[in-house]
Ligand binder design. Structure first.
Ligand code: BES
Ligand code: MN
Ligand code: MN
Length: 455
């Protein structure tokens, strides 16, 4: 009988081929024409769980995309791990910037290139294969496991929150395990212990009832695009400090210990700038780049449009201007409260020459994992055994809002065991995932279950 670790080594290539099958399914959750692909991806995962002979597998329909659920809990005296991941992906556009088609995975220089390779199909799949390595070798899965793989993470998990509230009993567990974050760098295993929250706004500034001739009316009638730019300029001051009254009221300040831990991380600012082709970094005064990008709140314009943007020059004074603006949040900022504060401030700075509407998109709560949580020790040890190095502990700037909901509804901590890299280009063209990390990820997951059972 082989061990799970041996099985993972000898099935390396098969696992990659299977991952390719999953990556070929264009399960884009923002695109309503991709409903069939969503079903297909969910069924692909369900079929795998069904072939493992687990105690329970089920596809839960929701008003949106289905939730794939599986569980195997034969040990009343062992901890229960709830593995969370998402099988939905971001759209692939702009497709012309991909070196190979987004949904036709290829391997180049040891990386697989495809939408979802890292975020999150490749990472989530490591845990599926870890379970397989027990099942197929006849070794009992050492702890109790539950899987919840959703298809709406990239659209804010609108149906998962009510789902976990309605299935508290079924989802009862001792911890959540998630691989949907990045390592600090290549061969630098890391455990993420903080994620930012999100408030996402859309604004519209309306002036005259139609686009006007900019010569005939320009100078006499307010231009909504000019106004929008002026209003956006008032959202932050020159020190990068957000000007919305009350915005920082509930921000938990960084402690000296936080700042020291962050300063000790092996961050190379020169390399960082070079990787982005920028000459200088920028952000809130008084904070380091790492702090700005992970532990401090932000405000960014994600898109702005209006007026004439076609070929040549059309002389027009536009009737409307729009922008999408996001704010990344840190504990204890509340997304709904921040959205309200944004709305009132934005309305208060509007001149009476325009009409302003502010609408709120999906948001999410920030989270920080308790560093003394015992599950982290098993996770760190698993990393050490597979990567040969102790993992670092770092906060990250991205958001996985369900982490805060797991804590609120189920009362449990999440272990963020990321195998990705910041260079994976998630949400961008040419998304990729290192096959070495895919392989090591499977081994780390299998090892984690083993070590957790020993505790
Ligand atoms: N996996 C990412 C979040 C992430 C990426 C966390 C890198 C840490 C490091 C997730 O799929 C994602 O993209 N989340 C969205 C938020 C969601 C509400 C749409 C995000 O962060 O923009
Ligand atoms: Mn993700
Ligand atoms: Mn994502």
């Amino acid at each position: 009988m082989s061990t799970p670790q041996e099985y993972i080594d000898s099935n390396k290539d098969t696992f990659v081929e299977e991952l390719f099958e999953l990556l070929r399914i264009p399960s884009v959750s923002t695109d309503s024409s991709k409903k069939e692909a969503i079903q297909q991806a969910a069924n692909f995962l369900l079929d795998q769980f069904n072939s493992f002979d687990l105690q329970k597998t089920e596809l839960f329909e929701t008003p949106g995309n289905p939730i794939v659920y599986a569980e195997h809990c034969p040990h009343p005296d062992k901890p229960t791990v709830l593995v969370y991941g998402h099988y939905d992906v971001q759209p692939s556009d702009p497709d012309e910037l991909w070196n190979s088609p987004a949904f036709e995975p290829i391997i180049k220089d040891g990386n697989v290139y495809a939408r979802g390779a890292s975020d999150d199909k490749g990472q989530a799949y490591t845990h599926v294969k870890a379970i397989e390595s027990y099942v197929r070798t006849g070794n009992p899965i050492p702890v109790n496991v539950k899987f919840i793989l959703e298809g709406e993470e990239e659209i804010g998990s609108p149906n998962l929150v009510p789902f976990i509230e309605e299935h508290k009993e079924m989802l009862q567990c001792d911890m959540v395990l998630i691989s949907d974050t990045a390592m600090f760098g290549e061969d630098i295993p890391s455990i993420t212990y903080g994620l930012r929250g999100l408030a996402y706004m859309e604004v519209e500034v309306v002036g005259p009832n139609r686009d006007l001739h900019s010569g005939v009316y320009g100078g006499a009638v307010e231009n909504p695009l000019n106004v929008l730019c002026e209003m956006i300029a008032k959202l932050k001051n020159e020190d990068g400090v957000i000007q919305i009254p009350g915005f920082y009221d509930n921000v938990v300040p960084l402690t000296e210990a936080d700042r020291k831990a962050s300063a000790e991380l092996p961050f190379d600012e020169e390399k960082y700038k070079k990787s982005l082709d920028i000459d200088a970094v920028h952000g809130e005064k008084g904070y380091t780049t790492l702090e700005r990008a992970s532990a401090r709140p932000t405000l960014d314009v994600n898109g702005i449009w209006g007026g004439y943007t076609g070929e040549g020059a059309k002389t027009v004074l536009p009737s409307k201007a729009n922008a999408k603006i996001s704010m990344r949040l840190v504990p204890d900022q509340h997304p709904k409260e921040i959205a309200k504060l944004f709305s009132s401030y934005f309305n208060s700075i509007a001149p009476d020459t325009v009409k302003v509407t502010v609408t709120e998109h999906h948001g999410g709560h920030p989270s920080v994992t308790d560093l003394s949580f015992y599950g982290l020790k098993a996770a760190a040890k698993a990393f050490k055994e597979v990567y040969g190095k102790e993992p670092l502990f770092a906060r990250e700037g991205g958001s996985i809002p369900i982490v805060a909901d797991f804590k609120r509804v189920l009362g449990v901590e999440s272990i963020l065991m990321g195998f990705g890299l910041t260079s994976n280009a998630i949400h961008s063209p040419n998304e990729n995932f290192s096959l070495k990390d895919f392989h090591r990820g499977i081994k780390t997951s299998a090892k984690f279950f083993e070590l957790l059972a020993e505790n």
